[in-house]
Design a protein around this ligand. Structure first.
Ligand SMILES: [Zn+2]
Ligand SMILES: [Zn+2]
Length: 340
């Protein structure tokens, strides 16, 4: 049997272990992907620390996968060996729950599957995925650039395009990190009046380079007041790692404006309820999207030049890459490469 490298977690809070495993065979409805690149997402801590209810070990993390299909199981239609494919947070669904029957696969109620949590993910030379979770990677995107699009990219892109904001509307992106630096680019390319909000003056040049027309320094300026001067935000996309930073922006919403939460800070959102009523404001979350949404995100990125800024580590240095991501100092996503 041919062997491959995999980086596994043997138990909750265990170290990353580089192990040799047999190359897995695709079952009915599955394909095997020769992994070229896999992003390290903050959500990988769910696997590392055993925070996902019912997770079983050993488990190979990774849900920002980009590679090449190299074998196809029985019953797979529309995919063949040699195609470039990505797999993201949405890694499969039951197909028969009420959400799935409505075509809303990412909110599957019975068996939502996440690569790297429900089954082995992309920190490996090969991985198996259901065909329904595949997104076609366009020629213009190298694997290292495609991988972060599969979670950080789709989450910001899909939240923005479903937000109800229209071209010219004020859209503020709070936080310039792994999610935020992509959110700014997508918002600008979608034609929104794009406002970047972050702490300190040093991030302004980067924010402008990414496409923000206006930069608000949350340490030196009153974010809500600045947004109101622009007529109020139609959408505030909250990617920051602080609930306090998110709620501080709420007063800057325009009429019918909404705060869309895509980052998950540890501290709670504390909202003065009265603030929501007069201007019909809303707070909502947004969970990535399905495989076709990932494909749309990659195609849009290819057309418009939206790219993730990445720090790249070889697969063997996954532990180092993970620590780098967790440190919060990475600029901005960390991506593992297999050398394939
Ligand atoms: Zn993720
Ligand atoms: Zn379902």
């Amino acid at each position: 049997m041919a062997k491959m490298r995999a980086v596994q977690i043997a138990q909750a809070n265990g170290p990353f272990e580089i192990v040799e495993r047999e190359i897995p065979q695709p079952g009915v409805g599955d394909v095997r992907i020769k992994v070229q690149a896999c992003g390290i997402c903050h959500s990988d801590f769910l696997t590392k620390e055993g925070r996902w209810p019912g997770i079983r070990y050993p488990r190979v993390p990774g849900h920002e996968i980009a590679g090449i299909i190299d074998d196809v199981g029985a019953g797979v239609v529309g995919w063949s060996a040699g195609q470039r494919a990505g797999v993201g947070w949405h890694g499969g669904h039951c197909g028969h729950c009420n959400s799935c029957r409505r075509g809303d696969f990412v909110t599957c109620l019975i068996a939502p599957q996440v690569p790297g949590i429900s089954y082995d993910g992309g920190y490996a030379d090969y991985m198996i995925a259901p065909a329904g979770a595949l997104a076609l990677i366009p020629d213009e995107l190298p694997a290292v650039e495609a991988a972060p699009i599969m979670c950080a990219g789709i989450t910001t892109f899909n939240a923005l395009r479903n937000s109800g904001a229209r071209a010219g509307d004020v859209v503020a992106i709070v936080g310039i990190g792994g999610l935020g630096h992509l959110g700014i680019q997508f918002a600008a390319k979608m034609g929104f009046h794009t406002i970047a909000v972050a702490r300190g003056a040093t991030k302004e040049p980067l924010a402008k380079k990414l496409g923000a027309q206006i930069y608000i320094d949350s340490q030196a300026q009153d974010v809500a007041a600045e947004l109101l001067k622009l007529g109020g935000a139609k959408v505030i996309l909250a990617t920051a790692t602080s609930g306090k930073a998110m709620t501080a922006t709420l007063g800057g919403l325009g009429v019918n404006g909404k705060l869309i939460v895509v980052g998950a800070p540890a501290d709670p959102l504390e909202v003065p309820a009265g603030l929501l009523i007069g201007g019909r404001h809303a707070i909502m979350g947004w969970p990535s999207g399905s495989s076709i949404d990932s494909q749309d995100t990659m195609a849009f990125s290819a057309w418009t030049g939206v790219r993730s800024m990445n720090e790249v580590f070889p697969l063997d240095r996954a532990a180092e890459g993970y620590d780098r991501m967790m440190s919060g100092d990475a600029r901005f996503r960390v991506v593992l490469t297999t050398g394939s």
